[in-house]
Design a protein around this ligand. Structure first.
Ligand code: HEM
Ligand SMILES: *[C@@H]1O[C@H](CO)[C@@H](O)[C@H](O)[C@H]1NC(C)=O
Ligand SMILES: *[C@@H]1O[C@H](CO)[C@@H](O)[C@H](O)[C@H]1NC(C)=O
Ligand SMILES: CC(=O)N[C@H]1CO[C@H](CO)[C@@H](O)[C@@H]1O
Length: 505
């Protein structure tokens, strides 16, 4: 029978079958119940009208905690509550732990080897494991307490001497802590080349990873166009970014190698693994990228919160005084608070907790749905982007009373509100691996700052300046630069900051 069909008939029959198959498939899909929401250009303009997290919050308010939208033509699921985020990203984490394909950042600029952008493969697991061994719990972080203390004092001294450069000092400090742990590198006084490098790399990461900012992320085939063509500027940019990333990975790694050869290496993640017998190229490559991730990842998030702390204190003198009263009664004025005081300072603890709720350095996290899934009767197609609005969850009136207020008391007493830690560091198997380190380092920085400084609004020409809460940036955000006054609380406090403190006991 078949042999009697002409080629034309065959083609006609074949395309007829294809049309039917597509029709059946789309009919099946459109019957599946997508979450409520909007799509197309309307969605795009709502989402990208200013700050992405604000547009997303509007969408969730209109359509519920599981809404759907699209970023250009990629189907996007938008999550606006901790419950839905936990149900999907934690309980079903096998299927929601990959990141979307990122051509500009991950492939062309080379960032795909950094844990933040890697998919959940062996490479990723090896990195998570290195992080977990090094800083994955309170007890592993405890061995760094003295170093954190040392570095924090250095920062306070710098802030005291030059308060106008507050943001730079804080950035330098957290980068210094991370570099000590990852590479045993002690930053120089003043401008340090590795701190500058991390800063440059981080701003490039933020630029390239912004959703929808590069056509090549939407049309991956564009990555093959030659770089000399007009319109291929992104390829030349990517090359420039890749060179910076190469330095970020290689320079500190080679530094440790030369220190090891000279017998002067300080203990660190890198020196520990490099010193092991039987090191393979594969392990070394893994180590190099994991250590760079630690130094780069630690640099920008914690310092963003540290800088916001000074804004919170400037705007909320009542909270600052209350924390200082607690410090004065528990620690006294003759020494700086240390980690040993932490359990006896509940108000200080609540203050840092509130800081993590009030200011989120990473307002969103983004994943990719690996497989078709269903949640509460709604269909989630494989390949969708899954965005969680961390920022909105932490200021949701259903969870936090008067969420815009900075009020540490919400975490004290018999009926405390939920700790933001389960949200602000992300979810499931991708939860921030700097969770313990970040919280410890922040706590000490806040406690020592309040032990020694009065932070207040600054007065210029007789006019008091009230700074504003204003997040700037895309994937990683910071408070916009603001002015405040930072003065030692007393000459005794100033002497404490200037006191010699040696790293060895
Ligand atoms: C207080 C400060 C910090 C906050 C609020 C924070 C927050 C976050 C968030 C929300 C994520 C995304 C998680 C997700 O996708 O669910 C993340 C990922 C990450 N953070 Fe942090 N972080 C902080 C400090 C740190 C520090 C100190 C380090 C490094 C030492 C670090 C390294 C990383 C890395 C490497 C990732 C990528 C993890 C992955 O994709 O699997 N973070 N962080
Ligand atoms: C993940 O997806 C697979 C394949 O669809 C499914 O069998 C499995 O139940 C899912 N796992 C979870 C935890 O949802
Ligand atoms: C880690 O230490 C902090 C501060 O002392 C404490 O609040 C927290 O519960 C500890 N976390 C774990 C998992 O032990
Ligand atoms: C730990 C550390 O490096 N502290 C730094 C904090 O910031 C100041 C100002 O940039 C640095 O000079 C300190 O060295």
């Amino acid at each position: 029978m078949v042999s009697t069909l002409t080629p034309l008939q065959l083609i006609t029959a074949g395309s007829g079958a294809l049309v039917i198959a597509i029709w059946l498939y789309t009919r099946h899909r459109s019957r599946l119940n997508l979450p409520p929401g909007i799509r197309g250009l309307q969605c795009f303009s709502q989402l990208f009208n200013g700050k992405l997290w604000l547009g997303m919050q509007d969408l969730n308010r209109q359509h519920g905690d599981l809404a759907c939208g699209s970023i250009l033509w990629v189907h996007t699921i938008i999550i606006g509550s901790a419950k839905v985020a936990e149900d999907l990203l934690e309980k079903r984490s096998v299927n929601y732990s990959d990141r979307p394909r990122s051509v500009m950042c991950g492939e062309l600029s080379g960032w795909g080897k950094i844990m933040l952008l890697a998919n959940c493969n062996d490479w990723f697991r090896a990195h998570r494991k290195l992080f977990a061994q090094e800083i994955g719990s309170n007890s592993t972080v405890a061995k760094f307490h003295r170093m954190i203390d040392f570095e924090t004092r250095r920062t306070l001294r710098n802030i005291l001497d030059d308060p106008a450069r507050l943001q730079a000092h804080i950035r330098k400090n957290f980068t210094s802590i991370a570099l000590r742990i990852s590479h045993g590198y002690v930053t120089q006084e003043g401008t340090d080349p590795l701190v500058e490098l991390a800063q440059t790399a981080n701003s490039q990461l933020s630029l390239t990873s912004t959703l929808g900012a590069h056509y090549v992320d939407i049309v991956p085939l564009l990555k093959y166009i030659p770089s000399w063509l007009p319109g291929a500027g992104f390829k030349r940019k990517a090359k420039e970014y890749a060179a910076v990333l190469h330095d970020l990975v290689e320079i500190p790694h080679n530094y440790v190698k030369s220190q090891l050869a000279a017998g002067t290496a300080l203990p660190s993640l890198t020196s520990r693994i490099l010193g092991k017998p039987g090191l393979t190229d594969e392990v070394e490559d893994n180590l190099k990228w994991a250590a760079a991730t630690m130094y780069q990842g630690g640099a920008d998030t914690a310092n963003s919160v540290g800088y916001a702390f000074y804004l919170a204190m400037t705007l909320h003198p009542r909270v600052m005084k209350k924390a200082q009263e607690e410090l004065d009664s528990v620690v006294g004025a003759s020494r700086l608070p240390t980690f040993a005081d932490r359990p006896s300072l509940p108000y200080m603890e609540a203050l840092v907790t509130e800081l993590l709720r009030w200011h989120t350095p990473a307002p969103l996290t983004i994943r990719r749905a690996n497989v078709d899934d269903e949640y509460n009767g709604y269909f989630i197609p494989a390949g969708s982007y899954v965005l969680v609005n961390i920022w909105a969850i932490l200021r949701d009136e259903r969870t936090y009373m008067n969420p815009l207020e900075f009020r540490p008391e919400r975490f004290l007493g018999d009926n405390p509100e939920p700790h933001p830690g389960n949200v602000c560091f992300g979810f499931g198997r991708r939860r921030c691996p700097g969770y313990f380190l970040g919280q410890s380092a922040l706590w000490l920085m806040c406690a020592q700052a309040l032990g020694t400084f009065d932070i207040s609004k600054c007065v210029e020409n007789g006019v008091e300046i009230t700074p504003e809460f204003n997040l700037v940036g895309e994937t990683l955000v910071h408070q916009a630069p603001f002015k405040c006054s930072i003065k030692p609380r007393s000459s005794e406090a100033e002497a404490l900051i200037r006191q010699e403190f040696s790293l060895s006991e």
